[in-house]
Ligand binder design. Structure first.
Ligand SMILES: C[S@@+](CC[C@H](N)C(=O)[O-])C[C@H]1O[C@@H](n2cnc3c(N)ncnc32)[C@H](O)[C@@H]1O
Length: 208
């Protein structure tokens, strides 16, 4: 979907372009990348999500990051300068962006999206994940999520010796038994950070 990596980018330095797939109507996942990328393209399957991001970009909406951050106005202004476009995207299509052709993209980021788009375990790459999650709520609506287990992920990604563990609080996932953050660094699949241990009330847990 995205173009091939730009030769203009140097490891560790400022990079040109980042593509975010399944952005939803929220920006938290782009606050970090906006410090290193010159351009970000956000995308989502749902028109309403794309519209919300457009409204935020046009300053027609109060953003709600869910957290109190220092220098929030400055962070928002930086990010909105760097998000260059918001595109409709459907991962089920062979050309997910339809007729739009992107310029070469250095990185592709997707958070909690592939499992929302996929209905089975075939041809799936999971980038970050709430384990055991069978649904998520956008009040009051409930959306389905493919249930994944740690064993499946370890096998699918051929990860046996995990060298780094880190506990990090992500947002609350109503149906998850465990929240996992997996970061796979280029060239070294063993350098992964997994997070376990967030346990929601029993009434909210996914059924196996
Ligand atoms: C759980 S939300 C995650 C939103 C955001 N990335 C985050 O981390 O909070 C899943 C997102 O995947 C999007 N999505 C679902 N099916 C998709 C598809 N076929 N193609 C692209 N995006 C899709 C949804 O519209 C939704 O915004």
């Amino acid at each position: 979907m995205a173009g091939s990596p730009s030769t203009a980018s140097e490891p560790g330095g400022v990079k040109n372009a980042l593509m975010n797939v399944g952005s939803g109507p929220i920006i938290y996942q782009l606050l970090g990348p906006c410090k290193i990328f010159k351009e970000i393209t956000a995308s989502d399957y749902r028109d309403w999500n794309c519209q919300e991001l457009q409204n935020w970009l046009k300053n027609e909406l109060e953003s709600d990051s869910g957290v109190e951050l220092e220098n929030w106005a400055e962070k928002e202004a930086n990010l909105s300068r760097i998000i260059k476009q918001v595109l409709k995207c459907d991962l089920h299509k062979s050309n997910s962006l339809d007729t739009v052709i992107l310029l070469p993209t250095d990185s592709l980021v997707s958070s909690l999206c592939l499992e929302a788009a996929c209905k089975d375990l075939k041809r799936q790459l999971v980038l970050s994940r709430a384990l055991g999650c069978s649904f998520y709520m956008i009040d009051p609506k409930r959306f389905s999520s493919l249930v994944l287990r740690e064993e499946f992920l370890r096998e699918a990604l051929s990860i046996r010796d995990i060298t780094g563990w880190r506990h990090l609080s992500l947002r609350k996932q109503p149906s998850a038994t465990t929240v996992l953050l997996l970061i796979s660094f280029h060239g070294d699949p063993h350098l992964c950070h997994w997070e376990t241990g967030l346990r929601p009330p029993a009434s909210h847990r996914a059924t196996p």
